[in-house]
Design a protein around this ligand. Sequence first.
Ligand code: ACO
Length: 310
Amino acid sequence: TEAQHQQHFDDKIAADTSIEAKDWMPDAYRQNLIRQIGQHAHSEVIGMLPEANWLTRAPTLRRKAVLLAKVQDEAGHGLYLYSAAETLGCSRQDIYQKMLAGQMKYSSIFNYPTLNWADIGVIGWLVDGAAIVNQVALCRASYGPYARAMVKICKEESFHQRQGYEAVMAMAQGSAEQRAMLQDAINRFWWPVLMMFGPSDADSPHSAQSMAWKIKRHSNDELRQKFIDNTVPQLEALRMSAPDPDLAWDEATGHYRCGEIDWNELYDVIKGRGQCNHERLQAKHRAWDEGSWVRDGAMAHAAKRAANAA
Ligand code: ACO
C-alpha cells in the first residue's frame, strides 16, 4: 500500500540508505530532484559561455589548452546531470526546452560578463571553488544517481579550482597593471559568487523539505560561510582584498563575518534581469537552431542502421 511504501522510503532516508531509480519515492521528492538536478545541468551547460568568450584570446597556448579542456569538462558535467535527471522519468529534451523557454532556472552567476582575462582565473578559483563547497555536500545526497554523478564532478571541479588559483597567482605576482586587473575581477565577482549559494536560510522555500529528505545536507548559509572561511586566507595569500569593508575574523565564532548581501540583485538576476540573461539564452537558442542538422543526421543514421539490421 501507499502507506507501506512511504514507511519504507522514510526508513531508508533515516538509515542513510540511498534511494535508487527503481525504488518507490514520493512524487514531491521526485519532482524536487528533477527541478534541482535539471537546474544544475542547465548551469553546467550555460556556464560554458562566459569562459568560451576567452578561448580565442587566451594569452598563451598553454592557457588556451587548459581552458579548452575545462570548458569541455563542463559539457561533460551537464551530460552526467541530464542522465541523472532522466533516471527520474523526465526527458532531457523536455527540461532543455523548458530552460530555453525561461521556465527552468540556471545559476545566477553565469549572467555576469567576462570582461578581462583575470575573470577566467577568478571564475576557476572563486566560482568553481563555490561550486565544490556546494557539490561536496551533494555527494552524500540521498538520491544515488545524483550523489554518484557528484563524486566524479567534484574531482574535476577541484582541478578547475586549482587551475584558476594557479592563473590568479601568476597575475598576483605580475606587474601593477596585472594586479589591478585581478583586483577588478575579484571586485566584480565576489558578491555574485556569494549569491550562488542561494537566498538566506530564512528565505529559502525548498531548504527545510530538501534537508528532511537529505538531498541537502547543509543549509545555504552554512555552505556560504564555509566558502568564505576557505577563501579569505587565499585572498590574503595573493595580497588581494574583497570588496567588503565588513569582512573580518570573528574570534568568538571562529568564522569570518561579512557584510550584508544585496538580495535584490540576486532576485533580479534570477528573474531574468541580470546583465547577460538575454545574451546567454539567445546563444543557446542559436546553438539549438544551428544544430538541427546534427540531430537530423543522427536520427537518419539511426533509422538506416535499424533498417539494415532488420
Ligand atoms: N541562481 C539561480 N537560482 C537560484 C539560485 C542561484 N544562485 N539560488 C537559488 N535559486 C533558486 C532556486 O532554484 C529556487 O527556484 P525554484 O523554486 O524556481 O526552483 C529558488 O531560487 C529558491 O531557492 P532555494 O529554496 O534555496 O532552492 P534550493 O533548495 O534548490 O537551493 C541551491 C538552491 C543551493 C542552488 C540548490 O538548488 C543546489 O544545491 N543546486 C545544485 C548545485 C547547482 O545547481 N550548482 C550550479 C552552479 S555551479 C556550476 O555549475 C559550476
